[in-house]
Ligand binder design. Sequence first.
Ligand SMILES: Cc1cc2nc3c(=O)[nH]c(=O)nc-3n(C[C@H](O)[C@H](O)[C@H](O)COP(=O)(O)OP(=O)(O)OC[C@H]3O[C@@H](n4cnc5c(N)ncnc54)[C@H](O)[C@@H]3O)c2cc1C
Length: 403
Amino acid sequence: MPPASLPSTTDILVAGGGPAGATIARLLAGFGFQVVLLEKRRFPRHQIGESLTPQILPILDFLGVRAQVEAAGFLRMIGHTVCWGSAQPRTSYYSPDHKRHGFQVWREDFDSLLLRHARIGGVWVIEDLGAESVTLRDDAVVMHTGHGSCTASFFIDASGHSGILARQGFRQRDATFQTLAVTGYWRDATNPPGIDAANTILETYPHGLVWSVPLHNGLRNVTLLIDWHLGNQIRETGLASFYHSESRQVSYITQFLANARLAQPPRVFDATWYTASTFAGERFLLVGDAGLFVDPLSSEGVHKAMASAITGAIVVNTILQRPLAVATAIQFYEETQRQTYETHYAESGRYYREEQRWPEAPFWEKRTREQFGVRSSEFPIRNPQFLPCGGPQPLRQSTSLRA
Ligand SMILES: Cc1cc2nc3c(=O)[nH]c(=O)nc-3n(C[C@H](O)[C@H](O)[C@H](O)COP(=O)(O)OP(=O)(O)OC[C@H]3O[C@@H](n4cnc5c(N)ncnc54)[C@H](O)[C@@H]3O)c2cc1C
């Protein structure tokens, strides 16, 4: 086991041990670099984002962890059921024979598996230690922690929403879609009749949407996705009573919760979309949610994070090994990340416009506009709807928002 103390120098520093950080660290260690990964928390740690679509499978194959994920016992998700545009549930499957599947993963287990894979692959993983700030110099990068500093040739920000480097001037929040997610885990929920028990269920209502994800440990995640302005109501009524009264406003999902009880108090998350003005430089890269965050509706967050880590590993290897190709590598990474955001933006726009029942409601009014999702030459960086961080600050989980 490597020592838990921070070395004073290394080749590559990675902040964050989620799917993006674990993936890029493992690949770069495989290329022969000394990689030190700092994770602020101790794993297993809770993380939201359990539905993985079948697009995750080639990535798991590429990393060599598919068999382990299959053996972990996660539910196989073969489709989803939506009450969207009408109260009538509609079910779609990933393939006509119902064989194509993704997973409903418990992130404590899934993320631990990936971090263990990184460790086995030679990554020096230090848990319970967060990066506090990063200094980019011409000749090196220095990461500062509460237990000393480490100097490296390259720094990778994989710290998710925290964005330890991204927030040092790169992050741009989408002011139009300021969104909150309120999540509760239920025990003893019943399975919906007539559909596969592992399906994700989505149901819209005037304030936003509710989705429900069954998990192999017997819990069912029921999450509200709502407009930011309802944060005031949460403050006034308290999170638990807000969550209960909002989740009763949908009819399809609520029927499966009739005899269920919350396993723990609900929690609130900032689910506002954001991107970055710059994703890479000669000494740094932003991967996964540190770089960009798309609508959780897509169930593509983990896939997007791991895909950016794979591309990112090749880009970092090129930057460090091929001085003549540095500019091309940086430009390539910038373009792939921008394209990812743009594609998700367009797809979300198309999907949201299918719900036209509450065009005046604040959540839907913004999301069903004709221009939402339509490509523009100004997209997205020079578009005035994108505010640099330092403008409106993200809502932090505060005691006043807790139950
Ligand atoms: C409400 C909601 C629902 C979602 N649902 C889905 C879904 O169904 N399917 C899906 O695929 N995605 C979903 N997502 C998105 C998904 O959770 C993320 O896209 C995914 O976790 C990104 O992985 P990551 O590795 O980039 O970041 P994370 O998983 O956030 O990992 C970042 C890690 O960095 C650590 N860290 C933070 N700060 C520091 C620091 N300073 N130093 C060191 N370490 C640090 C954190 O502890 C964390 O372990 C959802 C997101 C939200 C908000």
